[in-house]
Design a binder for this molecule. Structure first.
Ligand code: NAD
Length: 546
């Protein structure tokens, strides 16, 4: 029997607390003891019966946005039931609580707003950030997801509306890796917005001023990281959906002094690397012999390139050789040394090569084994490009990772058709299976949710003080190893989403092991690390209160 701390709460205070509430499932005894008698309809139901009701209600909602509002409302009244529902229907509901629907919800955030969730720190809070964190009702926060809303998914600057992203990401931490909801803290760092439509919208709920930049911005972020380390010393800080100039800077500023990572850079890298490692089993070409051409040289692309280099270094390949395996095309053509316009994060992948202006020309010139789309530009993997990849390779890897669905570089159907069924395809947003020449291909979804929840789980379980690239490499390796031969037969290079908790537990264990092996924690490694990691995972069945 689980005992749960009600902290002296009784009656409505329990029913109105989503972490404690179990609605009509309170037993007769609990109703009497906890002052609930009369506050609930008389019939006691089980969580299973409640599940039938909420699933039914969910299915009655017609649009994805209505489904999103329904799920968020459920989360606000009964977290355990919300997670039971989402975990039992993850494939169906992940696109609602996260990309693509969460993007739509963020765009309309001020208009669909019901209740606040998470913590808002604004540019006007400089000097008092610590007191805001201290006001948060939970003391044992282990994961903070923070955004400043500048680059929400592929949708750009959504200012304070971006709060939907940390909220959604943390829901995935719980659903995919069992991080307890009470240990999760979503934060919106509202530094203003340069989105003129939002500034003009009277229902916009953020600070209606242009974005803070420069020294004051840096000071605010610095104050936040210091305060978070003091108030929540065991918390890992995940930076999410920052604009790319800040994302790289902040990662480098904090990665060696705090327990922090950037999911857009490192999580994306982990899941893409796992995909490339899985293709080894289909093509027979090891990572060390792959040549990867990226369309897009931003947070996602450069992050993937960096992790591939790290992975190859761990396999014994010299860094200079490893870098030569990753090539980038951005909006101005191939990233080469002679270009005078390159920002810092692209320089390390600027190779000695004649200028090449188009993706097709780059494919012909470089003859890559894999093409990775992270440009946010739809339909840029044209028929000519895909056909060229299929001519050069027996089984080309083609990953169209740009989100949301409408931004994908090509669709699954286009990719399988143009490559005559030979491409190994993965996408950022989900695509349905495609039948070509009587063979059904199941597209892999290069969804960060395969990586970051497991990494977070391992960091929390080991109480690691840092998050390292080796952890993301390890996570990618474990993810790739969890792909079954049956998955591969269908062309699927990621495991079935239904196995996500098991996969996250395996990733969490391996990541925790890295923390112990590298001395990144003061904790002692449990003898049965896997068992320990699993024992920390939140289970959404109701506790008994008495
Ligand atoms: P970003 O703004 O940091 O980078 C975009 C890059 O694309 C820039 O280098 C830009 O120069 C380049 N670009 C723009 N137009 C181009 C064009 N016409 N041709 C070639 N390059 C062009 O953005 P980001 O964070 O790197 O994200 C890029 C895309 O990747 C987004 O659509 C995002 O949704 C997607 N993404 C997917 C996943 C995932 O599926 N796992 C994770 C992260 C990002």
């Amino acid at each position: 029997m689980t005992t749960v701390h009600l902290q002296g709460k009784r009656g409505l205070a329990i029913l109105q607390n989503p972490l404690l509430n179990k609605g009509t499932a309170f037993t007769e005894e609990e109703r009497d003891t906890l002052g609930l008698r009369g506050l609930l309809p008389p019939r006691v139901t089980t969580q299973e019966q409640q599940l039938v009701r909420v699933l039914d209600n969910y299915h009655r909602k017609e649009s994805p946005l209505e489904k999103y509002i329904y799920l968020i409302s459920l989360q606000e009244r009964n977290e355990a039931l919300f997670y039971r529902l989402v975990m039992a229907n993850l494939e169906e509901m992940m696109p609602i609580i996260y990309t693509p629907t969460v993007g739509l919800a963020c765009q309309k955030y001020g208009h669909i707003f019901r209740r606040p969730r998470g913590l808002y720190i604004t540019r006007n809070d400089l000097g008092r950030v610590k007191s805001l964190l201290q006001a948060w009702p939970q003391a044992d926060v282990r994961i903070i997801v923070i955004t400043d809303g500048e680059r929400i998914l592929g949708l750009g600057d959504l200012g304070a509306n971006g709060m939907g992203i940390p909220v959604g990401k943390l829901s995935l931490y719980t659903a995919c890796a069992g991080i307890a909801p009470a240990q999760c803290l979503p934060i919106m760092l509202d530094v203003g917005t340069n989105n003129s439509a939002l500034l003009a919208d009277p229902l916009y709920l953020g600070v209606p001023e242009p974005r803070l930049r420069g020294a004051q911005y840096d000071e605010l972020i610095g104050e936040f990281v210091d305060a978070a380390q003091q108030v929540f010393p065991k918390a890992c800080i995940q930076f999410e959906d920052f604009g790319n100039a800040n994302a790289f800077r902040l990662l480098h500023r904090f990665r060696d002094v705090a327990c922090t990572f950037n999911d857009d850079i490192q999580g994306t890298a982990g899941v893409t690397l796992a995909g490339l490692l899985s293709t080894e089993r289909l093509t027979g070409i090891p990572l060390a012999q792959q040549k990867i051409l990226f369309l897009g040289a931003g947070e996602a692309g450069i992050g993937i390139g960096d992790l591939i280099v790290e992975a190859l270094k761990l396999q014994g390949v010299p860094e200079a050789t490893a870098r030569q395996q990753c090539w980038f095309v951005d909006s101005k053509g191939l990233v080469v040394q002679s270009r005078p316009d390159l920002v810092e994060h692209k320089l390390r992948f600027a190779h000695d090569h004649a200028p090449v202006m188009t993706l097709l020309a780059a494919v012909e010139a470089l003859q890559p084994t894999a093409l990775v789309g992270v440009s946010g530009m739809p339909q840029t993997f044209t028929e000519e490009v895909v056909r060229a990849m299929a001519r050069i390779n027996q089984r080309p890897a083609i990953f169209a990772l740009s989100n949301p669905t409408a931004n994908a570089e090509c669709t699954a159907e286009q990719c399988y058709t143009w490559s005559e069924g030979n491409a190994i395809f993965a996408s950022g947003s989900p695509f349905a299976p495609v039948t070509f020449n009587d063979i059904t291909h199941v597209p892999g979804q290069g969804n960060n949710s395969y990586i970051f929840p497991g990494v977070g789980l391992g960091v929390i379980a080991s109480e690691s003080t840092r998050v390292t690239d080796e952890m993301f490499y390890t996570a990618a390796r474990v993810l790739a190893d969890s792909v079954t031969d049956d998955d591969l037969k269908l062309g699927r290079i990621y495991p079935d989403l239904k196995r996500i908790r098991e996969v996250s537990a395996a990733i969490g264990t391996a990541v925790a092991q890295v923390a112990f092996d590298r001395g990144l924690t003061a904790s002692l490694c449990p003898t049965d690390l896997r068992g320990y990691v699993e024992s920390t995972m939140f289970n959404p069945t109701y506790p008994d209160y008495i």
